[in-house]
Design a protein around this ligand. Sequence first.
Ligand code: ADP
Ligand code: MG
Length: 256
Amino acid sequence: MIKVENLRKVYKVGGEKVVALNNISLHIEKGEFCCIVGTSGSGKSTLLNQLAGLEKPTKGKVKINGQLVSKMTEKELATFRQNNIGFIFQSYNLLPTLTAVENVAFPLLFRGEDKAVREKKAKKILKDMGLGERMNHKPGEMSGGQQQRVGIARAFVGRPKVIFADEPTGNLDSATTEQVMKMLLEISQQNNITFVMVTHDPELAKMAPRIITLKDGRIVSDMRNGVSLLEEDMLISQQRSQEENQTASRPQADRQ
Ligand code: ADP
Ligand code: MG
C-alpha cells in the first residue's frame, strides 16, 4: 500500500542544513498497522509528513496505492487525500463550534454528499465507538478521550485506505491511551485499513505488529511480528536457515 524509496529530507535553517531523513526505504502492506518510534528529533513527524504528501521530499519517492504522492501537485494531493487518506492529530483538531456529529460528518462535505447521508454515517460511527450519548456535544463538553474518539471517527468516516496518526495518544492518560490504541488496532483489522502511527512511546508501539525505529533520520530497526525486515538482518537469517538445512540433510554420522 505504501512504498518509500531512498527518501531524503533536508531542511535549511539560516544557512545550516538539517538532514531530517536520510535514505529511508520501506514497504507497508495493505491493512498493516505500523508504529514509527524514535526519540524526539529522530525524524518521525518528518517521515509521516512526506508519506502523507504534506511536504515534498528533497530526494526519493513515496507511492501510495500505486500513485506517486511525492510528485503530485497541491490540487492532485487534495483530491487524493479526500478519497484515500484519514488523519488523526495529537490535539484532536476538532472544530470547537461544531457538535460531535457535525465534526465527524465534515470531511464528507468535500465529497458532495447530502447532509442527511453525511449525518447518518457520522451517527452510526459515533454509536459504534460508544459515543451515542455525546452526539450533540461540542468538543469543549467532552473529555480528552472522548474528543479523540470523535477525531478517530472523523478520520474513518470516509473509509480511507490509509490513516496517518501523529502521537494520537500524546495528550491522554495511560488508561485512555490503551483504550484508544486498542480501538485503532481493531478498526485497522476489521476494515483492512493501513495505519501509520507515530509515537515516542516504545511500550505503546509494542501493541502493533510492525514497528519501525528511527534514529537521526535513519531506520535502525524494522520489525514485523518480531522478525527483522532490514536487508542485512534478512540476509543473515537466510544464511542461517540454509546452513541449518544443509546440516539437517547430511547423514547422521557426518554431523558429529
Ligand atoms: P520527531 O517527530 O521525531 O520528534 P521531527 O521529524 O519533528 O522529529 O524532526 C527531525 C529533525 O528535523 C529535527 O532535527 C528537527 O529540528 C528538524 N526539523 C523538523 N521540521 C523542521 C522544519 N520545518 N524546519 C527545520 N527543521 C526541521
Ligand atoms: Mg514529532
